[in-house]
Design a protein around this ligand. Structure first.
Ligand code: SF4
Length: 293
């Protein structure tokens, strides 16, 4: 039996029966979760031109693969255009993505921009380069999307990324913030979507392995995640071993925020909770008393 999708063909008949069932279940689960996220956040609508950002990692390959499957069945018409930014890291295998995308027979663009040299020039030797590198990558992709009229930019971040970002901001950034499934970019020009927002990294890893995507590592530049990100990754990996449902609980919490139970005075009007005739509290703040002797 051959399980055919728009973009890749996996010969399931070679797998033992149980593995075949698991494989079909995994594919179905990912499709369901991506479809659910798209629906919940109205990520893609009729007529959208979706620019799918492909890095060559397991996440973006999986995102493209699942989006192509969903597009074929979707009741709405939308366009998919794959884009890779070749950042000119030494040793980057330039042929892999064009060959993969040509096989899929879908429109794609490889943008060439030497952000690697910029990062090397600006970041001192031995320091992590990922933050600037990602910023430059984002800038190049957002500019391309705006100039070419793409109405959505699809990024391959998943549930584990969202939870990890939440803890990075919580522990080291002094704010409660994660990575939203849908976001208007700061300059207002682009709408960013994360169709894998409901998917677990372990499922994506299994899927990528099964599909034998031609993975390009993101470590060619020799840079490492910074220490804070490594700490958070370790913490989440430990939880994963001891309490696999914890990530699910945390993500559910991110979808169920109660501003009145936190302490953000901008998000919730605590000051006026007492009613219209609330007394003047200037006297509580030394140096700001409204009456002087
Ligand atoms: S590992 Fe290298 S290519 Fe990947 S984000 Fe970091 S600096 Fe950029």
């Amino acid at each position: 039996m051959t399980h055919t999708t728009t973009e890749t063909t996996v010969d399931l008949s070679r797998l033992p029966r149980r593995a075949r069932t698991e494989s079909l279940k995994l594919n179905k689960r990912l499709r369901r979760l991506v479809g659910q996220a798209i629906q919940d956040y109205r990520m893609i609508e009729h007529g959208d031109r979706v620019m799918v950002c492909l890095s060559g990692g397991k996440d973006s390959y999986t995102m493209l693969d699942i989006l192509l499957q969903l597009r074929d069945k979707a009741p709405v018409d939308f366009e998919i255009h794959a884009v890779n930014l070749d950042q000119k890291q030494p040793g980057f295998p330039e042929h892999i993505l064009p060959e993969y995308l040509a096989d899929l027979d879908i429109p794609y663009t490889i943008i060439e921009q030497d952000t690697y040299s910029v990062v090397k020039r600006v970041i001192p030797e031995g320091k992590t380069m990922c933050s600037l590198c990602s910023r430059l990558r984002r800038g190049a992709l957002y500019t391309f999307a705006a100039e070419h009229g793409y109405t959505r930019i699809a990024l391959g971040h998943h549930k584990d990324d969202i939870v990890a970002t939440f803890f990075l901001n919580l522990f080291f950034g002094g704010r409660l913030a994660a990575m939203p499934p849908k976001l208007r970019s700061d300059d207002g020009r682009n709408m960013v979507i994360r169709p894998l927002a409901y998917c677990r990294e372990r499922d994506i890893a299994s899927y990528a392995e099964e599909r034998a995507f031609p993975i390009i590592p993101c470590t060619l530049c020799g840079s490492q995640d910074n220490l804070q990100r490594q700490q958070v990754r370790r913490m989440i990996a430990d939880w994963e071993r001891s309490d696999p449902s914890r990530i699910e609980h945390i993500f559910t919490s991110l979808c169920n925020v109660q501003p009145s139970q936190l302490a953000d005075r901008v998000l919730f009007d605590f000051a006026n909770l007492g009613g219209r005739n609330a007394p003047d509290h200037d006297w509580l703040m030394p140096g700001t008393a409204s009456t002087a002797e």
